[in-house]
Write a protein that binds this ligand. Sequence first.
Ligand SMILES: [Fe+2]
Length: 507
Amino acid sequence: MDRRSFLAAAAVTFLLPSQQAEAQQTRTLKTDPFTLGVASGDPSTDGFVLWTRLAPNPLSGDGRGGMPSRGVDVDWQVATDERFSSIVRSGTAEARPGAAHSVHVEVAGLEPGRDYFYRFRSEGRLSPAGRTRTTPTGETPLSFAVAACAHYEHGYYTAYRRLAEQEPELVVFLGDYMYEYGPSGYTALAGRVRTHTPGKCETLADYRLRHAQYKSDHDLQRAHAVAPWLVAFDDHEVENNWAGSVSSTGAPAPAFARRRADAFRAYYENMPLRRASVQGAVLRVNRRVSWGSLARFHLLDTRQFRDDQACLDGVRAGCDDRLAAKRSLLGADQWRWLEDGLRESGTRWNLLGQQILMAQRDYKVGPGREVNLDSWDGYAAERTRLLGSLSGTSNPVVLTGDAHMHHLADLKTDFDDPDSPVVARELVTSSIASDGDGYRDKTWIAEALQENPHISYIDQRRGYIMAKVTRDDISVDYRTLDYISRKGAPAKTAHSLTIPATAHART
Ligand SMILES: [Fe+2]
């Protein structure tokens, strides 16, 4: 049975005919409330979080999605089979108006290392079904996807669709899930194939509405329904290049604190995150997820706890402040948490998922140097300390978003010394949609690679990364699409590599 017929069968079997008739009579929502799809995330050995958000009219301008100002019950089911004939967990959650009628169900008590299927029902309406997975024990291999940066105006979400078709067991999403700009607020070199909801996101209603617009995309829904996601935000879920408590547009601190709180709230409401992520004013996305004894993901937050960018941000030359020893990207608490996690990790592989380019990158061809002060180059001393820690860690690999281009880099304790040892490989995923089809002029890539010999591959087409992890190695495919300004582009593997596990790994 293919997935489409399974969905049709599932729709029939969730309710007995008598129940369906009863539900028709008691229904108060006139149209389907499951327009935003379903999602799951943060798997453990015995469970995961399930998500949906009711929105019969997702683009209603007040950000309420067409829902009434009362709570609505949502039934949920978890089964071991696609037909939902063997249901192992079920219950009812309340979708409250204070949470934008989202539900976050944390399911526990399941078996490790297997697929589960889930769906919701509310007021007689049935959601699409999703597939998710508990994490295994032992060294069971893992296939996962890495994605980032999905500007809705810049192109269709074909890359999400192609990613879903590859049926990864896990999706790691590294930021810029949505963009806060108003229509045409950020076009860069791209055209525009569709239009953001009105205005720049500044209020809770704005952010809720924008998330609903993004979530309405069926290719995105497909990618969520195929596997659990590990999500972390970067800057655009709040505001371009914000830093900790500092707005990049000079907003007074109290106003930015309010805006950030609203953006965080809407982000949580729309993401498959566990309740423990909400910690007062902090939205905690730095966390660890282990895939048995094979791999441990260390998800980092390089945005919320950072010092303000040095020298007014941007790509610049001659900013000595960026080298200051005291500057921090992770913040003291997260730094300690990461150090502890790397030291105590007993897994063979340690995969750091984080937002911004870690490798040094000189943007100026020829003599002199220009670097991006929003990336790790703006926090160079802390990078050196982190790479020191990684050199004592079992098989570290760094996963990165933000750049809107695939990169493959060697991370070295001294990037300017050709003999400096390689501590880890950095796999930077291109964007799902941001910057559109890509740039026509490619001559700069050869120059950029020559200028940065520790970077061996750059590709400006849209795409994502697929990786397969085993005890012995990680095989990596950089997937690209030639266009997203029209629908239907195929994805192809533009570059591949295998990262062998090192002999001195501790496990
Ligand atoms: Fe981005």
